[in-house]
Design a protein. Structure first.
Ligand code: NAD
Length: 293
């Protein structure tokens, strides 16, 4: 059993902490939002009076926060109070540069660290089936892998500091682009008089096959579990897709990589969010594609 300090008990962090409890660990948690603390307490998390109090005795410190600035603020505040030999794992989705700064801050404090963003959404967090994409040293990965396995099904060591975040944003750039591509194909099919099911039956077993089509189909019918069947209730909200696409473009700019489709997908999701749809599932982008002049 490990003693874990968990900071950020929101939509993802709350159920992740609950799975750590189920795996037999002790979790001291903290969130700025009282309702998140109440929900986590009901799952067996010991709510601390502050973030510092949650991590002081911890062997492992996990952060699950909205963005890079929250992670850096937490690391700056908490690292001086951490137990010697503890491991810091940041599971938030943040930019690669900030992730590397967080690793550097941990190293300067004499501590090991991992960046370990996830895919699988709230459903995966609840079910304990997340995929973790992990960056950091072999030594840190060796210490953290078992803990991550209590919250996920697949744990991939992607490389050194920041490699987990790099894998996450590259993957989600593919996802954003492919969801728009699949949506355009369905809208074209509609205009050509081809049924949704016919296109699905062909493309899902042909060269057009991809996750956006076969697991998350943006039209109701062919994949009963996809958000299209529930009026595009997320799932994975368009705001989060936009966040990840923006991170991909920031990384592409810093690295000097040409990602013209990634940029176009970012622009399309920017417009979708600006039109008030940021809370809809990201597959609802098909409605914007259909409405486009
Ligand atoms: P969320 O907003 O529900 O949770 C974040 C929590 O952090 C909030 O409850 C907030 O009060 C808390 N917080 C912020 N600053 C804090 C601080 N200084 N101390 C303590 N608590 C603090 O967000 P979420 O959906 O749980 O997402 C968390 C991270 O996971 C994000 O980086 C997101 O991009 C990523 N992510 C989310 C999903 C998803 O489907 N929701 C999927 C994959 C990755």
């Amino acid at each position: 059993m490990a003693r874990i300090g968990f900071i950020g008990l929101g939509n993802m962090g709350g159920p992740m902490a609950a799975n750590l409890i189920r795996a037999g660990h002790h979790v001291d948690g903290f969130d700025l939002a009282a309702h998140c603390c109440t929900a986590a307490a009901a799952q067996g998390v010991s709510i601390a009076s502050s973030a510092k109090a949650a991590i002081e005795a911890a062997d492992i410190v996990i952060t699950m926060l909205p963005a890079g600035r929250h992670v850096i603020e937490c690391y700056t505040h908490l690292l001086p109070h951490a137990k010697i030999g503890s491991l810091f794992i940041d599971c938030s989705t943040i930019d690669v540069q900030t992730a590397r700064l967080a690793h550097e801050a941990a190293r300067a404090a004499g501590l090991l660290s991992l960046d370990a963003p996830v895919s699988g959404g709230v459903g995966g967090a609840v079910a304990g089936t997340l995929t973790f994409m992990v960056g950091g040293s072999e030594e840190a990965f060796g210490l953290g892998e078992k803990i991550l396995a209590s919250m996920g099904r697949k744990i991939v060591h992607c490389g050194e500091a920041g490699a987990g975040q790099a894998a996450k944003i590259c993957n989600n750039m593919i996802l954003g682009i492919s969801m728009i591509a699949v949506s355009e194909a369905f809208v074209l099919a509609e205009k050509l008089g081809l049924s949704h099911q016919a296109l699905f039956d062909v493309a899902s077993t042909s060269s057009g096959q991809c996750w956006s089509l076969t697991s998350y189909c943006p039209v109701p019918g062919p994949v009963p579990a996809s958000p299209a069947n529930q009026d595009y209730k997320p799932g994975f909200a368009a705001a989060l897709m936009l966040k990840d696409l923006r991170l991909s473009q920031e990384a592409a700019k810093n690295a000097g990589a040409a990602t013209s489709l990634g940029k176009l997908a970012t622009d399309i999701y920017e417009q979708f969010a600006a039109a008030g749809h940021e809370g809809a599932d990201f597959s609802a982008i098909i409605n914007a594609v259909r409405a486009a002049p």
